[in-house]
Structure formats: structure tokens, C-alpha cells
Write a protein that binds this ligand. Structure first.
Ligand code: NAP
Length: 244
């Protein structure tokens, strides 16, 4: 059976690496992006080498109507989504006292409501098909909490609760829901960190390195596979042992 994965925020970073591993595995890939149209289109062209369908779909995942429209377009072009990877996210560093209501709301709109919007858009069909895989990208800071990232940590914690609760609700429909909590991964999101800070983070990591997008992508692919069919409601850390 041909499978279709919807990956939010697939134009760059972890999402892009996930698109690559899913395509290599034979999945058709719906590449969601917000503003990086060219990167998304270039990626889709690159994925053609795996003889799969890969198409770009623009939507701000915080916008429910936009996500509903995107999901309808995906279904028309690629069939029902059997795997949803809610990866798109934003991060920001600020003292708690400097976090404005607008910053707080946007952090939750993208990271948490985005997962709600995308899951609502594809879940009815998964229930009908009695099959589905939902994988949410949280963060090690959603488990441990990061100073100067209270809104980010709270949003990423919310995804862990979301995952556990939904896993209980949809298990009987043959759907698993899991979370991946990456540590420090080399992407644009960490582009603001100085080489000295990166060196310190590496030193604090038991496996003594920064993570790669492929470390996370391969874990996601495993959770989507039949090999992970008895795993649900879990949060898998991919952080080199940073949070133990
Ligand atoms: P990234 O390189 O900054 O890429 C973010 C991706 O999300 C881009 O494709 C971006 O699309 C998309 N995006 C952002 N806001 C969006 C929106 N409103 N609607 C749709 N797409 C949106 O980030 P990353 O490092 O790969 O992170 C991916 C996920 O992993 C995030 O949820 C992040 O919180 C989590 N994470 C990352 C790390 C890390 O160290 N990098 C660690 C833990 C967790 P455009 O290109 O169109 O803007």
C-alpha cells in the first residue's frame, strides 16, 4: 500500500531531513512550509529521485482554515495522509518578564495549536481507515525546562501531554501517537548560538556531540514503521543523553 506522510515545516532543518528519509523509504511526501517556497519546491524536485510523489503545500499551521484547505489539497493530490509529522515550530529566548502576550500567544499558536490544527485535519480519515501514525516534535526543554525559554518549554511540554492523551483516545482505531524530544540539533534554529556556546553544549552532552537532523529523522521513521506498532503515547529523547 502506498503511504503518504504530511510533514509540517519540511522546507528546512529536521523536517527536511525527515522528508528525505520517508521518500527514500517509498512514502509520498506532502512538504508543508510557511514562507520558504523555493526551498520547499527544490526539495520536492530532489525527492523525485526516489520515484515518489513529493509536493509542496504552503500553510501557516497556526491558521486552522489554512490547514483545512491544505489538507483537502493534499488528499486530492496524494490520497489520505497515513503519517502526520507535526514538526514545524518556532523558538525564542527571552527573560520571562520580557515575554509579551503576543510572544506567548504566537509560541503556542505555532507549536501547540499547529499540532491541534493538523491533527484535526487528518485524524477523521485515519479513524475511518483504522490506521495512522502521528508523531509530534517536542524538545528536551519540554521535559526539563529551559531558563529564558519559559514559553517555548511550556509549549513543548504541552505537546507531550497532547501525545499521551490522544494516544489513549485513538489506540482502538489502530492509530499510534508519539513524541520525539530532540536535544541540540544543528539547524537554523540554533544558528544564533556562538561556537563557544555550541562547544559548551557538546561538552555537557554524554555522547559529546551536537545532534544531526538525521538522528531525529531516523527516529521518526522508526516510529512510523511497523517495527514500532506497539509503541504509543511515548516521548523518545534524541539528545545524546543531555537530559538524564
Ligand atoms: P528550523 O530549521 O528553524 O525550521 C523550522 C521549520 O518550521 C521551517 O520549515 C519553517 O518553515 C517551519 N515553520 C515555522 N513556523 C511555521 C508555521 N507557522 N507554519 C508552517 N511552517 C512553519 O527548525 P528545526 O530546528 O528544524 O526545528 C524543527 C522542530 O524541532 C521544531 O518544532 C523545534 O522546536 C524542534 N526542536 C529543534 C531543536 C534544535 O536544536 N534544532 C531541538 C529541539 C526541538 P519556513 O521555512 O517556511 O519558515
Amino acid at each position: 500500500m502506498k503511504k503518504t506522510v504530511l510533514i509540517t515545516g519540511a522546507s528546512r532543518g529536521i523536517g527536511r531531513a525527515a522528508a528525505e528519509v520517508f521518500a527514500k523509504e517509498g512514502y509520498d511526501v506532502a512538504v508543508n512550509y510557511n514562507s520558504s517556497a523555493k526551498a520547499a519546491e527544490d526539495l520536492c524536485r530532489e525527492l523525485e529521485k526516489y520515484s515518489v510523489k513529493a509536493l509542496p503545500f504552503q500553510a501557516d499551521i497556526a491558521d486552522k482554515k489554512a490547514v483545512e484547505k491544505m489538507a483537502a489539497k493534499i488528499e486530492a493530490a496524494m490520497g489520505a495522509v497515513s503519517v502526520l509529522l507535526t514538526n514545524a515550530g518556532i523558538a525564542e529566548q527571552a527573560l520571562f518578564t520580557d515575554i509579551t502576550e503576543e510572544m506567548w500567544d504566537r509560541m503556542f499558536a505555532v507549536n501547540v495549536k499547529g499540532a491541534y490544527n493538523c491533527t484535526q485535519a487528518v485524524l477523521p480519515k485515519m479513524i475511518q481507515e483504522k490506521y495512522g501514525r502521528i508523531i509530534n516534535i517536542s524538545s528536551m526543554w519540554g521535559i526539563a525546562g529551559a531558563s529564558c525559554e519559559v514559553h517555548y518549554s511550556a509549549a513543548k511540554s504541552a505537546l507531550i501531554g497532547f501525545t499521551k492523551a490522544l494516544a489513549k483516545e485513538v489506540g482502538l482505531s489502530g492509530i499510534t501517537v508519539n513524541c520525539v524530544a530532540p536535544g541540540v540539533i544543528e539547524t537554523d534554529m540554533n544558528g544564533h548560538l556562538s561556537p563557544e556556546i555550541i562547544a559548551e553544549l557538546k561538552e555537557e552532552t554524554p555522547l559529546n556531540r551536537i545532534g544531526t537532523t538525521s538522528d531525529v529523522a531516523e527516529t521518526v521513521l522508526f516510529l512510523a514503521s511497523e517495527k514500532a506498532s506497539f509503541i504509543t503515547g511515548q516521548t523518545i529523547s534524541v539528545d545524546g543523553g543531555f537530559i538524564l
